[in-house]
Design a binder for this molecule. Sequence first.
Ligand code: 13P
Length: 336
Amino acid sequence: MTESLQDIARRLVAPGKGILAADESSSTIKKRFDGIALESTADSRRDYREMLFSADTAMREHISGVILFDETIRQSARDGRTLVELIQANGSIPGIKVDMGAKPLAFYPGETVTEGLDGLRERLVEYYKLGARFAKWRGVITIGANLPTPGALSANAHALARYAALCQENGIVPIVEPEVLMDNPNATHTIETCQKVTEATLEAVFNELEKARVDLTGMILKPNMIVPGKDSGQNAAPSEVAERTVAAFHATVPTSVPGIAFLSGGQSDVLATEHLSLINQIPNRPWKITFSYGRALQAAALKAWAGKPENVAAGQHAFLHRARMNGLASLGEWTA
Ligand code: 13P
């Protein structure tokens, strides 16, 4: 029986669970591997992802879905099972990053638009056959002097909406990710500015989603939290981050959206957990709120593994710990 978009979306934000973003592009994973002095090859990338996806307890108890990169959705583990099968064996849902990256937006210096709409319908049909039941597309919004512009906001929101509609047409739940960056070069903006820009971004995105006739009950929003830019010198209290983040959602996110799953965006892993837990302690949240972390779920595991077969258990242990802490945070139950 085919599962409805609503059922898939609800499973992605099941209590105590969240999403593992393991969809680093080849150039991004190379950067991560450089950090542990490991050469990035198809095999080393496979070994790393296999280590994560076969961490059975972490996957079964805390990871509702995994976002994959095109290469990974086609790879097999050492025992011959596909990585997709490994994920499914733990009751987790395979997903796929379908955007082709943020490219310079013509006539908008310093801003980007995310590409990948051409041929997307056909790619979604193939990804569905490969087992993907949800997808991800990331639009990038940069704060700077006179940025973002309304033109860039609208181009990115429009692309996200066209992507989301194509996903739903093909039985795939779209994760709609408009990321307002906190770690761009010279990110001196304050938390107040982050809130203002995030609200304008989310408003533009939901306007376009509505125009594109996207069913909001069959999607997941993947936003940034409201935090100061990394070069702002501002030190926001975690409780302020939590309050501003939920306030921004109340101002812009329709209550028909079933779930919100955050990106970590460059926050340290522990802080990303603390913020999520505080957010889930604020009363009156009509949406399920959880994690869809990349770096904040993987940093410790990558370091413990360090590319060595004898460290697989240590890597899985580190991954389980962060998955467990974020699982608690998704229930508002994490404590230091
Ligand atoms: P981070 O949590 O590392 O920001 O990655 C999440 C993601 O999927 C970004 O697109």
